[in-house]
Design a protein around this ligand. Sequence first.
Ligand code: PGA
Length: 247
Amino acid sequence: MTKKLIMANWKMNLGLKDSIALASAYQEKFKNFTKADVVVCPSEFALSGVLKALKKSVALGAQNVFWQLQGAYTGEVSATMLEELGCQYVIIGHSERRQYLSESCRLVNLKLKSVLGNTKITPVVCVGENLAKRKANSHITFVSGQIKRALAGVKFDERLVIAYEPIWAIGTGVSATTADAQEMHAAIRSVLKRLYKEKGDNIRILYGGSVSALNAKELLKTPNVDGLLVGGASLKINDFGKIVNSA
Ligand code: PGA
């Protein structure tokens, strides 16, 4: 397996000035860091400002993409536009977009195909169950279904990344236990192996949901946890520094 992948998802939290300031702090903190791949995903409007503050040790990612490349799609940005801007990663199908913008598995699938087919960008597809599904013990079936729908008709590509983010753990301070993560990541690995045979072992599976400076190390030691997608804690340079250094 390649290096661990640690991604910061700033969501809609920082304006342009604050984004550039935090990106500069990342750059300073991680300038000699090569042990893991570090990526920052600021708001779309701050992408080029943040890129200017970054050098090679931190890569730029977007939080969303549209599935068409060009045309009358007000408010949207395409994969080729993100690539031109300097993005190397893009998050697809985050649960907040599924919840607030009705993003369906079909759209996730179209976006994924657009990114893989038209750019060199690494797509990070988010999946995860809500609390009701976990309580009903249908979390594995549900997440497996999300992955199969997201990857329908998608040939193996070594860029593919899956992020398991249980909705009940996002922004709540209640992370999944390492046992929860281990169970789900193993289930996701077996779906990937069913789809892509032994190549499925090469797809990185990230964990996300209340990752903190305190739990990052344990999570990263868990089998099949190939990296982390960090929300709240990525806004604090010292916490994010500790998380990255746990890789
Ligand atoms: P959180 O968010 O770390 O604040 O829980 C994670 C995410 O939604 O990517």
